[in-house]
Write a protein that binds this ligand. Structure first.
Ligand code: PLP
Length: 394
């Protein structure tokens, strides 16, 4: 007998994957350049030159050490270098002992959830959200995933709706800023208000409520917008970070969990993160890319093209009548669809070979996600098609 739930998960493709496969089949018919695939968030900006140099330098070293297992939590010198980089940027005094290296943010989140969840616990997530959260929380960690509906005027937090969903079972709240799919960056005011509310609830319920900050897009922001560093505002924070987006290395699977010493039960929590990684069979993060990350921790891919794409797409679509909150970060636009049924809209868009992801997949129906980590020329050629699509609704 096979585990039916896992079989179901493995047999059903996500809408994003469905669209991606559909795009491949259309490309075989109409040509790759005539398919406007805005479905997937694969960075199209190359990794910085420093990454190539780091790979060369590491490859020239001792191959046995380079490709061997590291400590389960990551090589000590790598963790030290990453802590130094954080300290330089955020004025903290972390050591490598607070860092646990992972195969990307997905593994970091899975370890963080599994580390804290006990029977009956609930984890709160804000819509619109990264769809895999539900998978990691429910199927991975066995907790209840509680969704706070979106605040569609600005994609900040609806505090009234949040407060209604907090209770004595709440073990953690997840924030993702810059956000996938809305591109919203939580302001300092939002983070402070959230921290105040959670501190109050911790007192009321008599146990810690962790704030899990999922920040793979931390460095991808525009117009000088600042991303507040969450541990400055709330002690019980766990950071899940990834180099997938900031260094354009999604296939290399490298990231980390940061358990700040100020977090409640930080020593036990860190041990539980290590235990979760062990239970999940992660062994250690990819050894070569641990070392590359250490060498390139202060670097970011050149995000100028993302800003060009955001401006082109945002200005183009809003001038056609699409309603959209201007994103401050990440590389997604999340406009309202021109009919309430976002799946029907996404289907209709396929007529023009425009592939956009229905917002319902992110817990925000009536919207669509457009990934603009594509060539600028793709956007230039897609805009007239978005205009023809909009005309159908006038
Ligand atoms: N969290 C968010 C919000 C994401 O958008 C992604 C990937 O797109 C992840 C986590 C997972 O990232 P990684 O590739 O580092 O596992």
């Amino acid at each position: 007998m096979i585990n039916e739930h896992m079989m179901d998960l493995g047999s059903r493709r996500s809408t994003i994957r469905e669209l991606f496969e559909y795009g491949n089949s259309r490309a075989a018919i109409v040509g790759r350049e005539n398919v406007f695939d805005f479905s997937i968030g694969n960075p199209n900006v190359p990794a910085p030159e420093a990454v190539r140099q780091a790979i060369y330098a590491e490859a020239a070293g001792d191959p046995v050490a380079l490709h061997g297992y590291t400590s389960a939590q990551g090589a000590a010198d790598v963790r030290g270098a990453l802590a130094d980089s954080l300290n330089k940027r955020f004025g903290t005094d972390y050591t490598g002992d607070s860092l646990y290296l992972t195969a990307g943010a997905a593994a970091a989140l899975s370890c963080a959830f599994k580390a804290i969840v006990c029977e009956g616990d609930e984890i709160v997530v804000f819509a619109p959200y990264f769809p895999e959260y539900k998978m990691f929380i429910e199927s991975g960690a066995g907790a209840k995933c509680v969704i706070v509906p979106p605040s569609i005027a600005d994609f900040q937090i609806d505090f009234g709706a949040l407060e209604q969903r907090l209770n004595e079972h709440t073990k953690a709240v997840v924030v993702n800023s810059p956000n996938n799919p809305s591109g919203a960056v939580y302001s300092e005011q939002t983070i402070k208000r959230l921290a105040d509310m959670l501190r109050g609830k911790e007192k009321e319920y008599g146990h810690p409520i962790y704030l899990i900050s999922d920040e793979p897009y931390r460095e991808i922001v525009y117009d000088g917008v600042q991303v507040p560093f969450v541990p400055h505002f709330y002690d019980d924070t766990i950071i899940c970070y990834s180099y997938s987006k900031s260094l354009s290395l999604p296939g290399e699977r490298i990231g980390y969990v940061l358990v700040p010493p100020a977090a409640a039960d930080s020593k036990e929590l860190y041990a539980a993160v290590c235990g979760a990684g062990r239970a999940l069979g992660y062994v250690c993060a990819p050894s070569m890319f641990q070392r590359v990350a250490a060498r390139c921790a202060d670097q970011t891919s050149d995000i100028a093209v993302y800003q060009t794409n955001r401006d082109l797409l945002f200005n183009g679509l809003t001038s056609m009548g699409y309603h959209c909150v201007k994103p401050d970060g990440a590389f997604y636009l999340f406009p309202q669809t021109l009919e309430a049924d976002d799946r029907a809209f996404s289907e209709r868009a396929k007529k023009y070979d425009l592939l956009v992801v229905p917002g319902a997949d992110f817990g925000a129906p009536g919207h669509m996600r457009i990934s603009y980590c594509v060539k600028t020329e793709t956007i230039e050629r897609a805009l007239p098609l978005f205009e023809r699509l909009a005309k159908e609704y006038r």
